[in-house]
Design a protein around this ligand. Structure first.
Ligand SMILES: [Cu+2]
Length: 172
């Protein structure tokens, strides 16, 4: 009692550095339980993939013309970078020059490999976003199980998505 716990954004400065503070006000009993098994996840395997696609996330160009791009392309709505088929699984290989959390809309995936090695413990289960660190290559198996139509993937860094580090893909 009386102690404090402060949540800090170590990448933040000024007003974005200290996120929140908890003050322990009283003793309390914890009566919640965690189920022994959280979910049944059928692991996808490499041979499920009917296609392999590469998406490279990096800064392209110089000076005022520099931009955050995917496969060197600026965002062009309506020009999909991939056309996967509904009901299939593909291997998507994400590479990066920087720290980019890659978010794929409405198509969940499982991490197959990180830097050519087994995924990290935090990569387990179904994902809609994967952390790709500087000069890292992350292979994911994406399952297109929802609906046909145009979807989007993008870097989830706010500054990067604000600068249109995004691309369409279309599920056929
Ligand atoms: Cu980014």
């Amino acid at each position: 009692m009386g102690s404090t716990v402060t949540l800090v954004n170590t990448l933040g400065t000024g007003g974005t550095r200290t996120v929140m503070r908890f003050r322990v006000a009283r003793r309390a009993a914890e009566d919640a339980t965690v189920p022994r098994r959280l979910a049944d996840v059928r692991p996808l395997v490499r041979t499920d993939a009917v296609a392999v696609r590469r998406f490279d996330f990096r800064r392209t160009g110089d000076g005022p013309h520099a931009a955050w791009t995917i496969n060197g392309e600026p965002f062009r709505p309506g020009s999909p970078l991939a056309r996967p088929r509904l009901g299939t699984t593909e291997l998507w290989r994400f590479s990066s020059d920087f720290h980019h959390p890659i978010h794929v809309h409405l198509a969940h995936f499982q991490v197959l490999a990180r830097g050519g090695r087994s995924p990290a413990a935090t990569d387990g289960g179904w994902k809609d976003t994967v952390d790709v660190r500087p000069y890292e290559v992350v292979d994911v198996l994406v399952r297109f199980a929802g609906h046909r139509g145009r979807y989007m993937m993008h870097c989830h860094n706010l500054e990067h998505e604000d600068m249109a580090m995004m691309a369409d893909f279309e599920i056929l």
